[in-house]
Design a protein around this ligand. Structure first.
Ligand code: FRU
Length: 468
């Protein structure tokens, strides 16, 4: 295993060898965060789906585990979730880890498997599948949680262009509760990978429903929309907004869901850092694709309405190594920070506060002139990422986007954190109120920062951290 491999991330999870797409089966148990993932162990393109497995004690360092769930006569193993059966409702044993996944065969059905050794080995239930419905071709990605109020397991399932909720007392027999999605949200593509969970805002519980959609994302291809509303154990009802909400406006955060049973009531998220538009062709060699940084979800008001903020989990700050402090400066037309890090391996974080009076942009740039550009268009209310000249892009006609756009609420101050890990860029504004995640493939690390502005802007509290 070689961390020097080109584009191999230094602090994001990527498979040792082979392909990954969606994160699966995320559950915290006995001091470990489990992350299973859609995995082709035999090659670096999509196919032969298995559940790969990795664990972390701290959300910083991931230990590789053997493949956890293999294909069988019901099909290959598509996305799903895992829970800890604390009350032994299924009869597999107290505290059994139960995985609920899609068997993708001639039709898509839902199956379960259990582990009594902390996810190291799984036994498939001998009466699989536990849920099928011949009315749906796309019938997949079960995400299950225990609902205290109604004393039952709830499954959210992607059913073509809706989410169907099912209930169960024992994880084996499921009955339909309700269906959500008609006439609401974005329907530009198939609905996938739902997740329903509570978050509190001002002491009040709200329910959030994530729905990944492909294609139909705001900037093309794959993206995750969400709804904020209420859930009574049977029906999810969304608060009305005239437009869909997107968790991340960048092009490379898809199929993300949250951990079950995370400690301290945390709601921790991880997404797949790619896009179906071009993912099979990105220019890596021994592996393809990585996950986002783990992110903590909270509900905040962005000045207009509630949004789900997603910011790096606090543990990420512990990855900081060498620090370059840059003195505060003002930009009057242009300003250049010549060098980011002395020994730049392409894995770093830029933290800064910008106080704008007019439109501005900044660019990460390398000696070849390849660059990644972030434009804050206050007048038009948009945040635009331009990766059209970011590096290698000829592997797909769909990659080199010049206008990856997000709505920007005008504010006096933008607190910015930009996490770069060789081939990925995660931009967090105001603690994750607005996020853009985009991949790029520069031929060498970007090592300077160039600002341009249409007026005078102040840039303060600038720190550049090597991350490891
Ligand atoms: C989403 C998805 C899921 C499916 C999996 C297959 O990216 O299409 O709906 O379960 O990938 O790998």
């Amino acid at each position: 295993f070689d961390y020097n491999e080109k584009y191999r991330p230094l602090y994001h999870f990527s498979p040792q060898y082979g392909w990954t797409n969606d994160p699966n089966g995320m559950v915290y148990h006995n001091g470990e965060y489990h992350l299973f993932f859609q995995h082709n162990p035999y090659g670096s393109m999509w196919g032969n789906m298995n559940w790969g497995h990795t664990v972390s004690k701290d959300l910083k360092k991931w230990e590789y585990m053997p493949v956890a769930i293999n294909p069988d006569s019901l099909g290959t193993i598509f996305s799903g979730s895992a829970v800890i059966d604390k009350n032994n409702t299924a009869g597999f044993g107290k505290d059994a880890m139960v995985a609920i996944y899609t068997s993708a065969g001639r039709i898509q059905t839902q199956s379960i498997a259990y582990s009594l050794d902390n996810g190291r080995t799984f036994t498939k239930y001998d009466k699989n599948p536990v849920l099928s419905d011949l009315n749906f071709v796309d019938f997949r990605d079960p995400k299950v949680f225990w609902h205290q109020g109604t004393n039952q397991w709830i499954m959210s399932l992607a059913t073509t262009q809706t989410i169907t909720f099912y209930g169960s007392k024992n994880l084996k027999e499921w009955s339909k509760l309700s269906e959500f999605g008609e006439g609401i949200g974005d329907h530009g593509g198939v609905w996938e990978c739902p997740d329903l969970f509570p978050l509190t805002y001002n002491g009040q519980t709200k329910w959030v429903l994530f729905v990944s959609i492909n294609p139909g994302g705001p900037n093309g291809g794959s993206a995750t929309q969400y709804f904020i509303g209420n859930f009574d154990g049977k029906t999810f009802k969304a608060d009305n907004l005239p437009y869909p909400l997107w968790l991340d406006y960048g092009r490379d955060n898809y199929a993300g869901v949250t951990w079950s049973d995370a400690p301290d009531n945390r709601r921790v998220f991880i997404g797949w850092m790619s896009n179906w538009n071009y993912t099979n062709h990105v220019p890596t060699v021994n592996f393809r694709n990585a996950m986002t940084i783990p992110r903590e979800l909270t509900l905040v008001n962005n000045g207009k309405h509630l949004v789900v903020a997603n910011a790096p989990v606090k543990e990420i700050a512990e990855l900081r190594r060498a620090t370059e402090k840059v003195s505060d400066f003002t930009v009057d037309k242009t300003y250049t920070v010549d060098r980011l890090l002395k020994d730049n391996q392409g894995a770093y974080e830029i933290e800064m506060t910008v106080k704008p009076t007019a439109n501005f942009n900044f660019k990460l740039i390398n000696k070849k002139g390849e660059n990644l550009k972030f434009t804050f268009d206050l007048a038009k209310g948009s945040l635009i990422v331009d990766r059209s000249n970011s590096g290698i892009s000829d592997f797909s006609d769909n990659f080199a986007s010049a206008e990856i756009k997000a709505p920007l609420v005008k504010k006096d101050t933008y607190k910015i954190r930009l996490l770069i890990d060789k081939a990925s860029s995660e931009l967090f504004i105001n603690d994750g109120e607005l996020v853009q995640t985009n991949t790029m493939f520069p031929s060498e690390p970007y090592n300077s920062l160039v600002f341009e502005s249409e007026g005078t802007i102040a840039v303060e509290n600038i720190n550049i951290y090597e991350l490891k």
